[in-house]
Design a binder for this molecule. Structure first.
Ligand code: GLV
Length: 302
């Protein structure tokens, strides 16, 4: 799909280029296709004056200084829509795995601990009929709510923008303030973008508002949760459990998380189905080529 006249300088390692190397490789380049592990700040943009487009292979783009890019006339694009359902699938997977203790059950079975049937073995929490709190009611949040609907769940949501009444009706969803959502939900699933307003939205104060039986799911961005406070909440059982796909300082995880049995951990793979990762890459390439062709981007970041 890449036209023959386009030259590609491909970093085929899994490592982000160090900033100096990235700047060197960007010399004379018109477009950049990158992942969330590359920080594209004003310094990088200033050092790459030919650059017309930065195409992120992700829906979130907090790794890019969009204001600086706009100031410099560089278009920023992301990959919404193509990953919505896959990411929602995984958020719900974490929710279910945490509620029904799937990882603990697997470890128990593999370790040969299963010697006899036991009445009270690995009791978890029901999912059906419970209250699902969705924080950030955009594309992915709504797709998670739709999954909740299939489980007969009541949905509470919190967002800066109220959904239209038809959407609320269709998803059996009620808008609430954040504290009410935290107090009433059995499952709290985070789907907000990362911004100064959402950094540490889940912190010691807000964790203490949650039910003791509640489970927190984060497949959005790590820094939305104060990880040290979450470790405390999980160890001291202020809440029952968590399912995490994202962390504050990836690929590091707070050392306190690893020893806890009531948290299910995943290495930022919510959009990682083969089909969706290919669709994301394809969309990023199409965005980049469109801008280089003088056309409007397909999915500009906004
Ligand atoms: C992944 O984290 C994404 O934003 O697509």
């Amino acid at each position: 799909m890449i036209p023959a006249e386009v030259t590609v300088d491909y970093n085929d390692t899994d490592q982000p280029l160090p900033k100096a190397e990235l700047i060197k490789r960007l010399q004379g380049k018109d477009g950049l296709i990158c992942h969330i592990i590359s920080t594209i700040d004003d310094e990088v943009l200033a050092a790459a004056p030919n650059l017309k487009v930065v195409a992120n292979v992700a829906v979130g783009y907090n790794n890019i200084d969009v204001a600086a890019a706009t100031r410099r006339g560089v278009v920023v694009t992301n990959t919404p829509d193509v990953l919505t359902e896959t990411t929602a699938d995984f958020a719900f997977t974490l929710l279910m795995a945490a509620a029904r203790r799937v990882v603990e059950a697997d470890a128990y079975a593999r370790a040969g601990q299963w010697k006899a049937w036991k009445w009270d073995l690995l009791w978890g929490a029901d999912i059906h009929g419970k209250t699902l709190g969705v924080v950030g009611f955009g594309r992915i949040g709504r797709a998670v709510a739709r999954r909740g609907l299939g489980f007969g769940m009541r949905v509470l949501y919190h967002d800066t923008v109220r959904a239209d009444p038809a959407t609320e009706r269709a998803l059996n969803a009620t808008a609430t303030d954040m504290d009410t959502l935290l107090r009433q939900s059995d499952f709290v699933s985070l789907h907000t973008l990362l911004s100064p307003e959402t950094r540490h939205l889940i912190n010691e104060r807000t964790l203490r508002l949650m039910k003791k039986t509640a489970i927190l799911v984060n497949a959005a961005r790590g820094p939305v949760v104060d990880e040290a406070a979450l470790v405390k909440a999980l160890s001291e059982r202020w809440i029952a459990g968590a399912g995490l796909d994202v962390f504050e300082e990836e690929p590091k995880m707070h050392p306190g998380l690893v020893g806890l049995s009531n948290v299910t951990l995943a290495p930022h793979i919510a959009s990682a189905s083969g089909e969706t990762r290919i669709a994301m890459a394809t969309l990023a390439v199409r965005n980049c080529l469109a801008v280089l062709d003088g056309k409007p981007p397909i999915t500009p970041a906004r």
